[in-house]
Ligand binder design. Structure first.
Ligand SMILES: [Zn+2]
Length: 138
């Protein structure tokens, strides 16, 4: 839950289309189509921890498939489509920071994530960056 919620915040720090990702107990990664943008480990890590420290509330609500289709900008992940087809989609909001469809499990407040480190930023092709994070206390 902590690592998964941290990846939501990582997608706020790096506002680029997400092309892939995975999550474990206390670590995770996202692949971004960041184009020519500079993605620097120290900068990403500092910003990520700033967002964790805001201790923003995480909440969820349901919208219909039609509402989601009317708001395609909500979908950041190109590779992983939100679960649709049941008529409704769960939207997860991190107060003031992030709003996206998600079926995962989350902590109640970002402060519960604790300290996060950016362990690696890898080039995956010309436009893609793979960003790995790890949480303290694992
Ligand atoms: Zn989520």
């Amino acid at each position: 839950m902590r690592a998964h919620t941290a990846l939501h915040l990582l997608s706020v720090v790096l506002p680029y289309p997400v092309t892939g990702g995975s999550v474990g107990d206390a670590e995770g990664r996202l692949d971004f189509d960041s184009g020519d943008a500079a993605v620097e480990k120290i900068v990403v890590e500092r910003r990520l921890n700033e967002l964790i420290a805001v201790d923003a509330a995480v909440s969820q609500r349901w919208i219909t498939d039609q509402e989601l289709e009317a708001n395609p900008a909500l979908v950041k992940t190109m590779a992983v489509k939100p679960p649709m087809g049941t008529g409704r989609v769960r939207l997860v909001a991190i107060e003031g920071l992030d709003l996206q469809p998600c079926g995962g499990t989350h902590v109640a407040r970002t402060g519960e994530i604790g300290r996060a480190s950016v362990t690696q930023i890898e080039k995956k092709g010309k436009l893609n960056r793979r960003v790995r994070i790890a949480l303290a206390g694992a």
